[in-house]
Design a protein around this ligand. Structure first.
Ligand code: HEC
Length: 122
């Protein structure tokens, strides 16, 4: 009987140890970037949520261009310095979203990876 108790204690300590370790693993894991990143699934939701109150069609609040579809956003990326604008800090010249907070780093990384993955639409 005593041996069974000890065995159970060792087992549960082992199980708890495993549980703790896997929680730490989850916390330590870097956020997963989608692979591949596509406009429809990953980029559009970020732009829609953060940019369209100015870059609508037609644009408003002084924005010079709309960012409502694939063509607009690739154009903004290639010709409008889009990645550098969102990668800076609030207060930097040309920072986007204008007057807003910096996007979460994961969102910036997703938009950067979109270029690496070849600007896929969907
Ligand atoms: C509050 C309004 C506002 C929001 C929100 C906003 N922008 Fe802008 N955006 C502007 C204005 C005004 C300009 C023109 C001034 C400048 O170039 O800095 C501009 C210019 C740009 C340009 C250059 C466009 C061109 O045709 O030269 C890009 C690219 C851009 N914004 C991307 C974004 C992105 C991406 C977001 C969302 C993360 C965003 N903006 C959110 C107002 C806004």
């Amino acid at each position: 009987m005593k041996n069974i108790c000890i065995a159970l204690m060792i087992c549960s300590a082992f199980l708890l140890g495993c549980t703790n370790a896997s929680e730490e693993d989850l916390i330590d894991q870097p956020p997963q970037l989608p692979d591949p990143v596509t406009y429809v699934d990953h980029v559009k939701p970020i732009i829609d949520a953060n940019c369209l109150n100015c870059h609508s069609d037609p644009p408003q609040n002084g924005a010079p261009s709309s960012l409502v579809d694939y063509g607009d956003v690739t154009n903004g990326y290639i010709n409008g310095n889009l990645l550098n604008r969102i990668s800076g800090q609030p207060g930097d010249t040309g920072f986007m979203p204008e007057g807003g907070n910096r996007l979460p780093q994961l969102s910036i990384d997703i938009i950067e990876k979109w270029e690496t993955d070849g600007f896929q639409n969907n």
